[in-house]
Design a protein around this ligand. Sequence first.
Ligand SMILES: Nc1nc2c(ncn2[C@@H]2O[C@H](COP(=O)(O)O[C@H]3[C@@H](O)[C@H](n4cnc5c(=O)[nH]c(N)nc54)O[C@@H]3COP(=O)(O)O)[C@@H](O)[C@H]2O)c(=O)[nH]1
Length: 705
Amino acid sequence: MLIIMSCCTATLFVSSLFFVAREAKVLYRDQQEYLVSLADMIGRNSAAALVFNDLKTAEETIRPLTQKDNVLAVYIVNKDGRLFARYQSAAQAHPALPLELLPDWASPDQVNQAVQQVTREEYTSSFLSGYASVVRPIRMDDEQVGTVVIHANARGFLNSLRYNILVALGFMGVTFLVFCLFSARLQLMISAPLLGLLAAMKEISAGKNFALRVTKPCDDEIGLLYDGFNHMLHEIEERDQILRQRQAHLQQLAHYDPLTRLPNRTLFYDRLAQALFHAERARETVAVIFIDLDHFKDINDTLGHRTGDLLLIEVAGRLATVVRSCDTVARLGGDEFTIFCQNVANEENATVVAQKLVALFATPFRLGASEIRVTASVGVTLYPHDGRTVDELLMNADIAMYHAKGCGKNVFALFDKKMNEHASERVTFLADLRQAVELEQFVLHYQPKVDLLTGKVTSVEALVRWMHPRLGMLAPDRFIRLAEEGGMIAELTEWVMRTACLQAKAWQEADLAPVRVAVNLSPFHFQRQDVKQSVCAVLGETGLDPSLLEIEITESALMQNDEYTCRVLSELREMGVTISVDDFGTGYSSLSYLHRFPINTLKIDRTFILNMTKSSEDQAIVTAIIAMAKSLKMQIVAEGVESVEQLETLKDQGCHEIQGFLVSRPVNAERVARFFTDEDHLQAHGAAAQAVPGETAHHLVNGGS
Ligand SMILES: Nc1nc2c(ncn2[C@@H]2O[C@H](COP(=O)(O)O[C@H]3[C@@H](O)[C@H](n4cnc5c(=O)[nH]c(N)nc54)O[C@@H]3COP(=O)(O)O)[C@@H](O)[C@H]2O)c(=O)[nH]1
């Protein structure tokens, strides 16, 4: 704008200057011509007066000039060079003129000098100084008879010049003003849309609102610029949306459990830390609750992971109904859930929440067509009483939960400092077990299975015991689960299998009747290890005939990953190994499902045998299992037979074999070998049963052990 305005102003100035100068020149010429014509007219009129030395006429000639207010002085000089006639204006101030200074009797030289002086440039063309003069000869018949000198002021010329300059300046000013207005308008036309764009850009970048759009003011280049801007915004908005979606997804993944959509461990820790911070200032109590489902692993193993997942989702939904909106329910992983409740008034209130949580599991979970019963063990700890940090509180809630599990599950426990001792005991116990596996601090006891028709021992079950250096001989219930959790079960099972096979081989070599030995396989081990490979290795190592090895797997192990299970069992069967299903009836398997597996034997769980004589339902279950197994051409073993009454009922039902304290408790290898005779081990019980069944059974149990 400045450059354009400067150029235009300069152009205007130069052009105005040019026109003013041109006008001045014309004015000057007009003025000159006027004076010359005036002088010539005086010369013509006074020529005769000069010739005839008629002063009066000459003065009359110049008198009209005195009326002209621009004429300052008029001099007529005769041919002798003397001042003949003169007129000098007294009214108008003017500088001293050369002839004015001369007296009437001045000599011709003086007059001539003065005339010469007037003739000189400064007096003839000094318009700008405000005066003009002309010197013209007076002629008569081509002879110069005198000279006329006129002095005039150039006020008219100067006024005209001033007027012209003023007009030019006025024109310049108006033009400049119009130009300024026009250019301002022009600038507004260009800059207003750009400023609008700039304002929109600032608004968008401040509010990060990329959904905003600008309305284009015209269809020219600026309109195109607006279109481009909107297009750019559209692309940014799209990318922004994708970015936000991805960020939200990442946020979700980072802070929420994808299965249950509950907060995960990270978010729970974060929220609990904040809650503790708040509680510290407000002097409030916070309850931290740890919930673990009982036997969830079995459900997962038997009904599959899909069902397990559905159950976890249902559990998550139920847990959320117990707490307030300000509390947080989270899933730490697996079947472990945590809750913290803010501003809990006292321990009683925390107890109420824990009771409600346990009660939540009283109603079975309906998953599709099936109904699942699951319970939970709940541990509760309180801030600040039991701990001040997130880690401490969670650890104590976990300890309390383990304590609840130890108390028989499906209960809650409030943290007590004494529980810490139990927890550290567990850690010590785990370390002991690890060492025991390394040092092979175990022994095997064997329990015979007896054929109900012949009364002879068909096989023995190898049952492991831990010879703990401090605690003495420990039953497997005390350490099998721990070995599974501690990742030692495969090593332990291999030891059991190798020892049992070596023992069976030893019995065979001692010319005892060949007895099959049964080994328990943990479902954990079965699913995660190459079972076939370890069985082959042990058989190869010990040289035992595969037909003398029996593998017992639980019903739950059978149900998980059935394709894999079926393949492994078939391979073992092909090798000649006998396959038994342990604890049958406790799982969730459909009876018709069994025929798909290469199973030799079903072992009816001892809980059914125990109640069989008292409960008609258990009796019916046993009858059904026996009938079904027979139709599938499977061998039936009844576990936990303790009384003659049970023995007789099983006989009547057509059960094939029994195992239990009635025959013998699990005993060491030497003692169990006494059963490997042709003797009918049931005959005595039959007779005894007639007499004093309870006593006989008791005697045998003790004797067997
Ligand atoms: N994975 C492995 N599991 C094993 C191994 N050794 C044992 N176990 C499992 O531990 C559980 C407990 O075993 P245990 O304490 O040895 O108890 C066995 C018997 O003593 C008991 N039994 C036998 N007869 C009776 C009876 O008449 N009454 C009664 N109350 N109990 C009786 O039953 C246990 C054997 O049961 P089962 O295996 O189902 O045949 C137990 O689940 C073992 O399986 C191992 O090496 N690996």
